[in-house]
Design a protein. Structure first.
Length: 95
């Protein structure tokens, strides 16, 4: 159990939460995610930051940025073909 506690960076919880809150709020203000997506993203990102440290979290951030960029880039093409996502591709909790 001590090995697990040592591996998990419990002392980084405030830092992990704050970093994810800033990123989540920025994504919400840029209309990349809905409010529910921001909330769940902050929670998931905080857990990933704690369990996998900053390097694991950066992989998640890079994926999110690439997916958001691709969604915005392809929106006009999707509109032409009638395959655009609802709510302009903004991510949120499953409904």
């Amino acid at each position: 159990m001590r090995a697990l506690a040592k591996h998990l960076m419990f002392e980084n919880i405030p830092e992990a939460f704050l970093v994810n809150l800033v990123v989540g709020s920025t994504a919400w203000l840029l209309k990349t995610v809905r409010k529910s997506g921001m909330i769940y993203g902050v929670l998931a990102g905080t857990l990933i930051y704690i369990c996998m440290t900053m390097s694991g979290w950066l992989i998640l951030l890079i994926f999110f940025c690439c997916a958001s960029f691709a969604t915005k880039l392809g929106r006009s093409q999707k509109k032409l073909h009638g395959t655009q996502q609802p709510k302009e591709g903004r991510r949120g909790k499953a409904e």
